[in-house]
Design a protein around this ligand. Structure first.
Ligand SMILES: [Zn+2]
Length: 254
């Protein structure tokens, strides 16, 4: 057993008993953690509203042995997620970040860089950044850092050169663009504008940083390619995908 102090983003809370919650956290030092928060449902419990979805807090986790849930013994609210007060787009964008982190990260597999990326993305969504562009950047960076970067350089099947042209074949199962020769072997193929592939390359690059602005003319196709690609990796359609922003720079009021 070890007591660990770290910062965390609340990804989900589930009622466990009349007074307790099971919380899923993305912590900076431990990766994803599921822990029991005793007394969290009592009106004047020890956690004082620190365990709301997407809240950022300072936590103390008591790590138990395998097969037993870790215990959350303290959570001090650092920042509350307020995107939902601004617009539905921002609210759902925040939910998407939480869902992606839940689906794609593993317990006890720390990625401090992913934690920092998530904090920066939530700041964009919560502030004045364009949520649609911020989410595409988040998805591309998350995928790359977890080893799922969509291939945009050479053919992801044979490694050969992919010819220039207005449209490029993108294989969902091979995980990226494919050349003319390999195209016929692919079962799940998208035909994607070359500019969209260029934009994916820019968004996933370790040289790019927030804030980003995705050209509005590329957004719809780019979001659709990323959605299909994420579905292939996850093995199902994430619940928030139908609610993602329909375009850049538009806001529907909550
Ligand atoms: Zn090929």
């Amino acid at each position: 057993m070890a007591t660990i102090q770290t910062t965390a983003i609340v990804l989900r809370t589930v009622e466990f008993s009349e007074t307790s919650l099971i919380v899923t956290l993305l912590t900076r030092d431990l990766g994803r953690v599921s822990a029991l928060a005793k007394g969290a449902r009592r009106p004047k419990g020890p956690f004082e509203g620190a365990l709301d979805l997407l809240a950022v807090c300072r936590v103390v986790v008591l790590q138990k042995n395998a097969d037993v849930l870790d215990l959350l013994t303290e959570a001090k609210l650092h920042r509350r997620f307020r995107g939902g007060e601004r617009s539905l787009d921002r609210l759902y964008a925040g939910y998407h970040v939480a869902e992606m982190l839940r689906l794609l990260t593993d317990d006890q597999d720390p990625h401090p860089d992913l934690y920092d990326l998530s904090i920066q993305t939530l700041e964009q969504i919560d502030g004045t950044g364009d949520p649609a562009s911020a989410l595409l950047y988040f998805d591309a960076q998350l995928l790359r850092r977890l080893g799922h970067a969509p291939g945009t350089e050479q053919c992801t099947d044979c490694g050969g050169h992919v010819g220039d042209g207005p449209r490029i074949a993108f294989s969902l199962l091979a995980g990226g663009i494919v050349c003319q020769g390999c195209r016929s072997r692919q079962r799940q193929l998208l035909s994607v504008r070359a500019e969209v592939i260029d934009e994916i390359r820019r968004l996933k690059s370790d040289q790019s940083s927030l804030p980003v602005e995705v050209p509005s003319g590329l957004y719809g196709e780019l979001r659709a390619v990323m959605n299909r690609y994420i579905q292939t990796i996850v093995g199902s359609m994430p619940r928030m995908q139908p609610f993602l922003p329909a375009s850049t720079r538009t806001e529907s009021n909550a």
